[in-house]
Design a protein around this ligand. Structure first.
Ligand code: GLA
Length: 363
């Protein structure tokens, strides 16, 4: 009796909100793949009301949305900030989740100093490799055994399959990818190591990614999975294009991770696809048609799109390890600000009140 009271008190302390017991998305897909969400600081440290019960009920995986990128983690040389990372991993452990760190090597959200010497000149190859390896050792080392997967390299290719000419590529050369994966593996041999990109459904891009990954694998470099970000629109890409990507990644010998799923329902000023953050247009009423609420038809189209995407993912559940939404609910999606700033978008399965949109997985 006294023991159960004590247990209740401990549980109440650990989970200030009642422990959710309804079946959530994660239960619905428990035989298929993990269901994840990218999260921010307010969602992992308890500041955003209702975020933790939503996470506990529906998700069994989380990804750091921005908090573990180079900029926030090491804004100045040797000055590391782990407040987000620590809160993020603690939240993931409370959820008993598959915890994904995003991302170690990327050309965006990486401060200029990383590529420069004390006089502002570009670093030479050896010094940049050293800096990259130190960053990886420090970050992966801190969360060794607790972060279960890392997006080691993000977005190294252009849509046409060419190498993206980033500072990493220009200053180190193609083998920056190999160096990054080798170092991550050395520091945490048990963490899953992922190469991540958008528009993997485009055949030329996918070909370049898979050739790179197979070449490295043949040299003994461990790459476990290929992340297809999944920044989609209502009608593009087609299910066939996505299915072909799943099949090709699997055939090449890698796990499929759907790493950043969302479905943009708003019009685009250009036919840009994917997630190139360098593109941005100013806000204007013309591009913000659902400012006061989404039309019932478009909401229906969105839910239908999600239902068919998940039917496809379920069909390939043996090849897909995880499906992660890029954001927890519509209110916290980056698509409210890209490619046009300050819009009201509805790209996720949970609305601004954190309710699951009607019609999804209703039998
Ligand atoms: C890319 C990156 C993510 C995020 C999204 C949009 O897909 O991988 O970290 O920045 O763009 O926000």
């Amino acid at each position: 009796m006294r023991f159960s009271l004590l247990l209740l008190l401990i549980l109440g302390f650990l989970f200030p909100n009642p422990i959710p017991s309804d079946p959530g998305l994660k239960d619905h897909f428990k035989n298929d793949f993990f269901i994840g969400a990218a999260v921010n600081m307010r969602q992992v440290n308890g500041t955003e009301k209702g975020a933790d019960s939503l996470l506990l009920l529906h998700f069994n995986s989380i990804t750091s949305e921005n908090g573990l990128k180079w900029g926030p983690v090491q804004p100045k040389a040797g000055e590391y900030r782990f407040d987000f990372g620590d809160a993020f991993v603690e939240m993931g452990e409370r959820m008993d989740a598959y915890i994904v760190g995003h991302t170690l090597v990327w050309h965006q959200q990486t401060p200029d100093w990383v590529f420069q010497d004390g006089e502002g000149k570009f670093l030479d190859r050896e010094n940049l490799i050293h800096r990259m390896e130190n960053h990886i050792s420090t970050l992966v080392g801190r969360y060794k055994g607790r972060i279960h997967a890392w997006d080691v390299v993000n977005e190294a290719f252009e849509d046409n399959g060419n190498w993206r000419k980033t500072h990493w590529y220009n200053l180190i050369g193609e083998d920056f990818i190999e160096r990054a994966f080798r170092k991550a593996n050395e520091i945490d041999p048990k963490a899953e190591l992922i190469y991540n990109n958008y528009n993997v459904w485009k055949p030329e891009k996918r070909k370049a990614i898979l050739e790179m990954a197979k070449r490295l694998k043949a040299k003994g470099v461990r790459i476990d999975g290929i992340g297809m970000q999944g920044h989609y629109r209502l009608n593009s890409p087609s299910l066939d294009q996505i299915e072909q990507a799943i099949l090709d990644i699997h055939e090449a010998g890698f796990e499929v991770h759907v790493t950043e799923l969302d479905v943009d329902v708003l019009p685009r000023p250009t036919d840009v696809e994917g997630a190139d953050l360098s593109i941005n247009f100013a806000e204007s009423a013309e591009w913000n048609p659902f400012k006061d609420g989404i039309s019932p038809q478009v909401e229906k189209d969105l839910v239908t799109r999600y239902s068919s995407l998940f039917a496809l993912f379920k069909k390939h559940g043996d090849k897909i390890a995880r499906v992660t939404f890029w954001g927890l609910h519509d209110g916290s999606s980056w698509l409210n600000n890209w490619p046009v700033r300050g819009r009201t978008n509805y790209p996720l399965l949970f609305d601004r009140e954190k309710r699951l949109k009607k019609g999804f997985i209703e039998d």
